[in-house]
Write a protein that binds this ligand. Structure first.
Ligand code: HEM
Ligand code: HEM
Length: 174
């Protein structure tokens, strides 16, 4: 096995699109004028986030059942350690960040119209103080997530266009 399995690669790119959409929407949605457009941005952000949470759990299960390729030969020990640490942190954040948003949102008392298909109800008591605290953590970890994603993308592009080694093709589709 020299590449990630096709389902793993497809999940990687679907999740990348969802996360790279959720972050900018999350950043701007609080600042736009109140009204239907703002509500739609919130609902889209929440739907994308719940989707990321579900796909992240599928991805972890898939990784455990199908395995992953051995590390690329071209990486030095220190590069491998750095890549592995960033990957572990990305995995943790792709679960913890949406989970915090999901729980805070429930304390806030807002249901989630999941992509306008069906409604996910709240599941906690209504408490806006608790919601506010969890949202602060959600935001702080989302910023860390964004920083690590930039580092990760920079490394991937470095492999693809500067070193021109095999690393990028391990995750590319087809
Ligand atoms: C990959 C998943 C997610 C990412 C990367 C993400 C990222 C963000 C970011 C960057 C912000 C902006 C913070 C700011 O500028 O103040 C934010 C805010 C927010 N997020 Fe998420 N989020 C995710 C998932 C979720 C989920 C699943 C929900 C709820 C179901 C959610 C609900 C919210 C809400 C309501 C806010 C506004 C919070 C406030 O007004 O203090 N997010 N999120
Ligand atoms: C939200 C954005 C992203 C997240 C959360 C993310 C996360 C991850 C994680 C956790 C891995 C480790 C492999 C695994 O899934 O087990 C990985 C691998 C990889 N990612 Fe991303 N990724 C993102 C976006 C991108 C983008 C935009 C690119 C390309 C420009 C990219 C290129 C790669 C490559 C080439 C690998 C394979 C590295 C290897 O061979 O070990 N990723 N990604």
């Amino acid at each position: 096995m020299t590449r990630y399995t096709l389902p793993h690669r497809l999940l990687h790119w679907m999740m990348a699109i969802a996360i790279l959409s959720a972050i900018p929407i999350g950043v701007v949605m609080g600042d736009v004028k109140q009204g239907p457009f703002q509500n739609a941005l919130y609902d889209l952000h929440k739907s994308l986030g719940v989707l990321v949470l579900i796909l992240a759990l599928v991805r972890v299960a898939l990784k455990r059942s199908q395995g992953v390729p051995a590390p690329a030969d071209e990486l030095s020990d220190s590069q491998l350690r750095a890549a592995t640490s960033v990957h572990h942190a990305l995995y943790a954040l792709m679960i913890v960040v949406p989970l915090l948003g999901f729980v805070a949102n429930s304390f806030y008392g807002a249901a989630i119209p999941f992509f306008w298909l069906f409604t996910i109800p709240t599941f906690t008591p209504h408490n806006e103080d608790i919601a506010g605290m969890i949202f602060q953590l959600h935001t702080a970890l989302a910023i860390l997530f964004g920083i690590l994603i930039v580092v990760h993308i920079a490394a991937a592009l470095h492999h693809r266009f500067i070193r021109k080694d095999s690393v990028f093709s391990r995750m590319s589709v087809p």
